[in-house]
Design a protein. Structure first.
Length: 140
């Protein structure tokens, strides 16, 4: 079932947002696709650090969202899906459930030498944030 653009949160589709726009959306206090689609272009261009490249990327991203809302709806559903984990999660290897893991996290888990579900579930927030390249976007 396709969601409304106001229901699709930026944090749940972050891997599909051009990197140059992520900080700009935060600065503009945008939290969902409806807000991105309705932002005034001149207002967006007044945000500190927004130049031609970011403005062009915004227009391209808005067009992509309008044409592919279902894709973003599906991505949010996949990224927020709650899974009931079986006993023995140490035996469940990441490579066997890779399609259920948001793309943006796979490399981070590999970087931290996390190879099974139990290891992923046992890492705390502070440890996760110390993984090289995680940054504040992934840790929200």
């Amino acid at each position: 079932m396709e969601m409304e653009s106001s229901e699709i949160l930026i944090k749940n589709i972050i891997e599909e947002i051009p990197t140059i726009l992520i900080g700009k959306f935060e600065e503009a206090n945008l939290s969902n696709l409806e807000e991105i689609l309705s932002i005034n272009f001149q207002e967006f261009c007044r945000i500190r650090g927004v130049g031609r490249t970011a403005a062009k990327k915004l227009q391209e991203f808005q067009e992509r969202v309008r044409e592919n809302l279902e894709e973003f709806s599906d991505l949010q559903t996949r990224n927020t899906k709650i899974h009931n984990l079986p006993m023995g999660s140490s035996e469940i290897l990441i490579k066997n459930i890779i399609e259920e893991i948001p793309t943006i996290l796979i490399g981070k888990f590999e970087e931290a030498n996390l190879s099974n579900l139990e290891e992923i579930l046992s890492i705390n927030f502070q440890e996760f944030c110390r993984i090289r390249g995680v940054g504040r976007v992934l840790s929200h």
